[in-house]
Design a protein around this ligand. Structure first.
Ligand code: BYC
Length: 321
């Protein structure tokens, strides 16, 4: 077929041609769809990333959800309820997107509940005051928007399309957080102190959310080659800094970093060291709230068992009929 004598070489050449055709499609900006041929590593990387992303949305409901019963007004409560519900919806879209790659939702959930799956570091910190809800919406959701706007252009169709809708909702989430932060920053000395304290505590975890520095990010090269990521972790972190630092300064708030400075030459805000030891401890499950978050997820899963059983019994009955 290719002028070779052994089937093995044919197979290797065929594989290489498929890979070249696949990469040419990505270079042309075409989307890869579930039934299309894709390298096993492309599939593996997407399942890894999308399932981690789905878990982050689900676990990410917990820190803010803790404030639904304590929101300072009915209006704030309604907004927060809608936001937390949106995060559950994002988890649903993302589990669906991962399922198109051949992984079962049950497998993904088992991995999460067994403590084997990763989810974003940032959701393993406590929400101590109402200002934390504002800072999560403003800083954490803004960080997520930057990352997800990039992913809305990724090469895998179902992930890219899920991101378009998620980003629209995340913009509303950011605005509600920014609104809380502005109100507190313009409030009484006590409110200003509360919002400053929240920024001090969430600053480092939010910077870490973009992932380890590029020299320590093993997945980035292949993700960039195949159009899943188009920017590196450090590049996105810099966009975040250049936008958020002037905004927080304009509100009279400070950044908890003595090394923070504006570099006239590059036009960028430069920061001191990020606490990467802390990041890896949190990712390993040793953060301040990892155990609490997992216990809450396991409890929710157990509480929902009867619903899953009823749905399975109904589906079985329909098939038998
Ligand atoms: N936390 O090679 P790297 C939300 C892991 S939720 C924990 O740079 P990659 C929201 C990484 O998995 C939105 N682990 O990885 C919800 C890898 O380990 P494995 C969350 C992290 O994939 C509710 C290892 O470190 N967004 O917005 O190239 C309320 C080496 O890293 C983290 C997403 O999930 C981390 N932060 O880049 C409010 C976005 N970072 O898997 C808000 C989708 C890295 O090799 N994900 N690790 O064992 C991504 O864009 C990328 O996966 C990352 C990391 C940029 C996060």
């Amino acid at each position: 077929m290719y002028g070779t004598t052994t089937g093995e070489i044919d197979e290797t050449q065929e594989e290489q041609e498929r890979l070249l055709a696949f990469e040419a499609r990505i270079a042309r900006g075409e989307k890869i769809e579930p039934g299309d041929w894709m390298p096993a590593e492309y599939r593996r990387q997407l399942i890894r990333m999308i399932s981690q992303h789905a878990h982050s949305e689900i676990v990410g409901q917990l820190p803010e959800g803790a404030w639904i019963t304590r929101a300072p007004s009915l209006r704030r409560k309604m907004i927060l309820l809608a936001k937390v519900q949106d995060e559950a919806g994002h988890g649903q879209y993302l589990y669906h997107a991962a399922e198109t790659l051949g992984v079962r939702r049950e497998e993904m959930l088992e991995a999460l509940l067994a403590g084997k799956a990763k989810y974003s570091n940032v959701f393993n910190y406590p929400t101590l005051t109402w200002a934390d809800v504002g800072v999560i919406g403003y800083l954490v959701d803004f960080a997520a928007i930057l990352n997800q706007t990039m992913l809305a252009r990724c090469s895998y169709g179902p992930y890219a399309r899920a991101m378009v809708r998620i980003c629209a909702e995340e913009n509303f989430h950011k605005k509600q957080g920014q609104d809380i932060v502005i109100r507190l920053a313009q409030g009484t000395p006590c409110q200003r102190a509360m919002v400053q304290d929240a920024i001090n505590r969430w600053w480092q975890p939010t910077l870490m959310m973009f992932g380890p520095p590029d020299h320590d990010s093993p997945n980035t090269p292949i993700l960039k080659r195949w159009g899943i990521k188009t920017k590196t972790n450090d590049e996105l972190r810099q966009v975040f800094l250049d936008t958020i630092v002037p905004e927080l300064h304009a509100l009279g708030l400070t950044i908890p970093d003595p090394d923070l400075r504006y570099d006239e030459g590059s036009g960028h805000w430069l920061i001191g060291p990020i606490h990467w030891d802390e990041f890896w401890r949190v990712v390993r499950g040793e953060g301040p709230c990892n155990k609490e978050r997992m216990a809450a997820r396991i409890q929710a899963h157990e509480d929902g068992r009867w619903v899953r059983q009823a749905l399975a019994a109904y589906a079985q009955k329909q098939t038998a009929a």
